[in-house]
Design a protein around this ligand. Sequence first.
Ligand code: DC
Length: 229
Amino acid sequence: MKKITIAIDGFSSTGKSTVAKQLAKYLGYIYVDTGAMYRAVTLYAMQHGFIDANHFETSKLVNALEDITISFKFNDTLGFAEVYLNGVNIEKEIRTLEVSSFVSQVAAVSKVRTQLVKQQQQMGKDKGVVMDGRDIGTVVFPDAELKLYMIASAEKRAKRRFDELIERGDEVSYADVLKNVEERDYIDSNREDSPLRKAEDAIELDNSNLDLKTQFERVVSLVNDKFKQ
Ligand code: DC
């Protein structure tokens, strides 16, 4: 069967990665979490003192970009690929609220985007890929055969992220998580370079009140329609 490219975009915690992982497994495709790549660069910037609550030395980060190698390795137990920064597994570290609080600033830097977009296009060049992010259907793969744009209310999304963080054992408050979600929504959709936008040909999926099973059935039927075309 011919392989296609599936682009999934939307605000943070809209459930993009859940759908993307399910779809990649179902189709035997590669799943690429591009948010994890921006988070990896952010972690590097934090580790090297380029960013903290009071400052962000953009030029130092840009000059260090060639020293940053991001890779994915499939974890059989988890059933998805984990992200590595210069050979070190950082899957857990990049999901903290601290990384979330800086990542939108890092993702707004054009030179960071150029570098990561190039890698993403390389990873998806043979199709058979499900990629999620903010600019996949608009910038990375504007010709993707299937584009989904996922939405859900900020409160629902913050609750999901809050539950995930508590489950991992992080000490966070719902109010802080909601604030972070709203701040990122603002920066991600108002930055100059590749702001979050729904591609004209993307199909909108509001999952505020959809259970995972129903949502997946809907997505699979959209995929099957594409194969029939
Ligand atoms: O999907 P996520 O929450 O892990 O993404 C983290 C941040 O990275 C998000 O706030 C915006 C940015 N991002 C981006 O600008 N472009 C992408 N393709 C993916 C993520």
